[in-house]
Design a protein around this ligand. Structure first.
Ligand code: NDP
Length: 385
């Protein structure tokens, strides 16, 4: 990377936020930190804001503003709180805004960064899944740019490079299969087992999504918007070693793949330095030590999430936002010990099947309305079960 760059990180206290800050810490002089945000974690947010000399720190929960101000006392760091403040942080000029809030809660801030016409390194897949065309149209309208942080989409982005989408025969998303691929009794799975991912160290929600395969389902919808080749040309293959992060096959029979260690700092660095490259401390890939790479078709009978996601993407309109919202409620209920693991997919299917879908959202407000209604329906079904 040649020039000093400015950066904001939404969700700075999380797993992706932490990996991003780790890269910045290693080359402090190259980065000017504009804004950092969190939801509840005042202490870590204030510590990071001090360490990185951020200009603005925003906490999502409004009642924590006073605590944040106290913790930042004696610094010049501006403190703010609440949903509107998160959007304002995202709208502050920065060369790159890393969108690493978990869930549809990140949608408003992502849209604010897009409306500023900025470059958004998007980890927050739920935002794109829910808003779909509303977001991609806004990207076009405001001259913004989305750089995919998700390792699979980052791999595809790199494999596509300057090639035409017309030349693409298949895009293949790889899936590790999660920690439960070989577990027989899915009803007996505990939250601790579900979050123990074999290859990646991630936040709780995405870890459960990996276990159910909803992560891959959300990624399928995400890929459908980022790389519009048509759903029939998007495939999923289970690849337990997570060495190949995804592949693009061209019409001449060439398949390009991106390989790397299971370390989010690799795709994050690819976004931070894009279109250049930067150093990371990641382990070099030792293929001889890895030995074998294996591939399997996904088992959609035991893990119906990818089928549900494909059906929602095919239905289009509000369906992906409904699927995402129902899944967020189901994952939270599972993590809280309220439902069994296998109920997650069942609940999502029930919410999707349970009546007429709302009309296709045309604006951010429409998407948020669909999201709220689907959450309410999922919560209602949980109570009556
Ligand atoms: P974490 O749970 O580790 O972190 C989430 C971050 O978002 C935290 O900073 C948290 O703040 C903040 N946050 C949570 N809820 C809200 C809210 N309602 N409003 C505002 N901020 C909120 O998540 P991950 O880092 O694992 O994942 C972030 C996103 O990146 C997800 O969409 C995930 O799917 C995606 N992703 C993650 C990968 C990974 O390796 N972790 C890989 C690829 C994609 P606080 O700490 O205060 O709660």
């Amino acid at each position: 990377m040649t020039d000093r760059r400015s950066i904001s990180i939404l969700g700075a206290t999380g797993s992706v936020g932490g990996s991003t800050l780790d890269l910045i810490r290693r080359d402090r002089e190259a980065w000017d930190v504009v804004a950092l945000t969190a939801h509840t974690n005042v202490d870590d947010l204030a510590r990071l804001a001090r360490e990185f000399d951020a200009r603005l720190a925003v906490i999502g929960e409004e009642h924590r503003l006073e605590a944040l101000r106290e913790t930042l006392a004696g610094t010049n760091i501006e403190a703010a709180a609440g949903t509107q403040a998160l959007c304002e942080a995202a709208a502050r000029p920065a060369d790159i805004t890393v969108a690493a809030i978990v869930g549809c809660a990140g949608l408003g801030p992502v849209m604010a960064a897009i409306e500023r016409g900025g470059t958004v390194a998007l980890a927050n897949k739920e935002a794109l899944v829910s808003a779909g065309d509303v977001m991609t149209r806004a990207v076009e309208r405001h001259g913004a740019r989305l750089l995919p942080v998700d390792s699979e989409h980052n791999a595809i982005f790199q494999c596509l490079a300057d090639n035409s989408l017309d030349d693409v025969r298949w895009i293949t998303l790889t899936a590790s299969g999660g920690p439960l691929r070989l577990v027989e009794d899915l009803d007996a799975v505990t939250p601790e087992q579900a979050v123990a991912h074999p290859n990646w160290d991630m936040g709780a929600k995405i870890s459960v999504d990996s276990a159910t395969m909803f992560n891959k389902g959300l990624e399928l919808i995400e890929a459908h918007h980022l790389f519009p080749v048509g759903l029939d040309r998007l495939r999923i293959v289970v690849h337990p070693q997570s060495v190949i992060h995804s592949m693009v096959e061209y019409r001449d029979g060439s398949t390009l793949a991106q390989l790397g260690p299971s370390d989010m700092r690799v795709p994050i660095a690819s976004c931070l330095a894009w279109p250049e490259r930067m150093d990371t401390p990641c382990e070099p890939l030792d293929l001889a030590a890895i030995g074998e790479l294996s591939f399997f078709a996904p088992d959609e009978t035991r893990f119906p999430a990818t089928r549900l996601a494909r059906e929602a993407a095919e239905a289009g309109g509000a369906a992906p936002a409904v699927l995402n919202a129902a899944n967020e409620i189901a994952v939270a209920a599972f993590l809280a010990g309220q439902i069994k693991f296998s109920r997650i997919s069942l609940l999502v299917a029930e919410v999707l099947d349970g009546g007429n879908l709302p009309p296709a959202p045309q604006s951010l407000e429409d998407v948020l309305m669909v999201d709220r209604a689907a959450r309410a329906r999922a919560a209602e079904l949980l109570e009556t079960a």
